[in-house]
Design a binder for this molecule. Sequence first.
Ligand code: SF4
Length: 451
Amino acid sequence: MNDMTPVSPCFLPRYARENVPRYTSYPPATKFHDGVGDPDWANWLETLPSSPSLSLYVHIPFCRAMCWYCGCNTTIPNKDSRIARYLEALHLEIDRKAATSPVAGNVQSIHFGGGSPDMLSPERFAALMGRLRDQFNISSTAQISVELDPRGLTPALAESMARCGVNRASLGVQDLSDEVQRLIHRIQPQQTVSAAVHNLRAAGINAINMDIMYGLPAQTVERVRHTARRVAELQPDRLAVFGYAHVPWFKKHQKAIPEDRLPDSEQRFAQMQAASSVLTSSGYQPVGMDHFAQHSDGLSAAVRAGTLRRNFQGYTDDNYDALIGLGASAISDTKRGFAQNIVDPWRYADAILAGESAIARGVQRTEQDIRIGQLIETLMCQFELPLESVFQMKLGRVANRDMFELWNDGLVEIDEGMLSVTELGRPYVRSIATRLDPAFAAKERLHSQAV
Ligand code: SF4
């Protein structure tokens, strides 16, 4: 198959237009409430194994300018002193979380997200990494990854990050056409992306991820194909293809996006299929519903081994016992529950510097939540489930009716006791997952379109 193969004609409006959770956690973040705090987090840590595997997530909520499509928790700091104050609080939170974390815990992974962590100077990044190394027991083989805006990555910062142990970088690309870039307020010529890749590789950071998007204003199938081809030529190890979620009532800056230029759901579907077709014909292996990886990459290995996971960063091969979130809006995760820090960076800094808790909300997971979460994660990662496990969930009568409908529409097949998602059903796996979620109620304004 070459990448000009016509996109598969399997747009199913009934499923594609559903507003459904992304299921990067279960229960989804829409179920978080303010009744969760430090005592809950301390109790959940008590239930960890004696030498738990830990991951750290560090949030840097700053950008140089706002991209109109942005769905992240970020701000444009108008004074350097605000970044300095935030970092002071972040260093303090690192000390506090380390003091209350299992001492025998071995950190296998650190991820710096944002915002744009490249907003930190080389000195500030090195100081932050130094504080983490002082306070946590970081494995010599840990994966240390950073999200980067290609426009902000200088050779000096790439070298500093490499010296600090960073071994994976994730670059936001989105779309390479001038008109789309203008409409989303993110001017980033292809040369800027190529230069960022060059700077990272020259510094010794060889594992590179890239994100591209579909569903942006003025995007067409041909523009998405063009972007996918150009990024594939740069040979990143991993690619993620995300659909733009237009939620201007929730993210006010999205009001600047011209709604009359947004593709409809059928065009979105065709764009997603076009990106997928280019990437698979360029040698990438599909991973879950929206990631692609080179055969030699850890994500592809996890697919082959059946160990792929899904968490707040999307698909991952990180098999932690506890994820410790640091910084504004960061989410901490153990099997027993989720705890999210205060979202506003200035209120977060005020709370930490006043000696108060950073946790604003979260949710404790019941035994039923844990079982359903495992079921949905398996479905989203492996695209199949033992049928028995569906009915053991006491989802019996509803599951029976829903599964029959999915089967009747060709989205799943049932054979030898296994429920498998068909090729036709793969783009709709989030919709299929809602049929396993007894707490799901379609709430149009809380979730994004399935495709
Ligand atoms: S660089 Fe990323 S985090 Fe910052 S505004 Fe743009 S999309 Fe949002």
